[in-house]
Design a binder for this molecule. Sequence first.
Ligand code: NAD
Ligand code: TYD
Length: 344
Amino acid sequence: MKKLFVTGGAGFIGSAFIRLVLEKMPSTSITNFDALTYAGNRDNLEDIDSAQHRFIHGDICDRAAVMSALEKNTDAIVHFAAESHVDRSIASADAFLRTNVLGTQVLLDAARARHVKRFVQISTDEVMGSLPDDDAEYFTESSPFAPNSPYAASKAAAEHLVRAAHQTFGLDTLITRCGNNYGPRQFPEKLIPLLLANALRNESIPVYGDGLNVRDWIHVDDHCRAILTVLEKGRAGNVYLIGARNPRRNLDVVLDVLHQLGKPSSLIRHVKDRSGHDRRYAIDPTKIERELGWQPAETWQSGLAKTILWYQKNSQWIERTRSGAYREYYSDQYGTELAPKAAA
Ligand code: NAD
Ligand code: TYD
């Protein structure tokens, strides 16, 4: 792979993927195409070598902009760009349909027009809906689609378009579906960075409902290594589930992080449950393990320790992402204001 076109590379997972590729494949050049929405952040690319990395500020729904940025001889498009937060999709689905559905079709069309060799769609376990509370059932590649939030529905729709491009036009496509990521540079609207940012400032931690919903957690670098493996070795037209065999209840995650930080559990505040809140996600990653030989490198303990350290050391990054529009979002979402300045 000499030439990659990455969408959403200024976001949490896309920026980690670019770092990984540049480290593992020093002769690869990357075009990073990103609209810099509230979730995209040039700070996430600060330490990336510009000789191998070309940043283009653009919207994947803008066909002309995509066509002009997508060079001939591109080996693969790795498509991360998305509206990614369930709670925001409940507040309004418009941007989700636009970017996640229409934007994906624009990229598929562009891939065909430019004869791009592979197309990797970064999807989510959430397209398969919710598993029962007991521990017996896991998602596999043959689990049916059953999206429950507008976010999940838009990602499911995108997957259908990717499948159709493969079936109808023979485009070499791959789909990865991962569970909940955690790690450096995650926008603090998501559970773990919100929890870390708030706890480090002694602010309360909102836990939805009874806090017993289960998510299957994976360190972002393990997710990115899995995507790279699929990009290099995956079989065209296939779906691969990515998971680190690490399902945990939200309350256990929160208590674990508070314990590591030496903060009291009295910071937990139970708040109204999310509408349509999926109860349990749990991934069976046997296919990617057996077929492609991928295994996670981090345990929950090692991954969490590294993540905590990163947020402790990068208080300026947290302050910048929590400024402005995020404060408004937070008070609308949680009915409470964030403290004006860090009091850690
Ligand atoms: P993120 O919200 O941190 O980043 C999304 C990026 O996409 C941002 O840089 C944003 O500016 C960019 N973007 C949004 N709309 C765009 C548009 N119209 N044109 C160009 N760029 C646009 O998201 P993330 O957590 O890094 O997730 C990346 C991908 O991985 C998404 O497709 C998401 O569905 C998927 N995913 C995420 C998780 C997770 O736990 N975060 C798990 C499984 C799958
Ligand atoms: P989130 O990080 O939003 O990811 P997703 O909804 O895509 O799984 O949420 C992870 C879990 O944490 C989910 O069950 C909702 C819950 N949650 C809270 O309890 N409080 C919060 O403030 C947030 C953001 C999430």
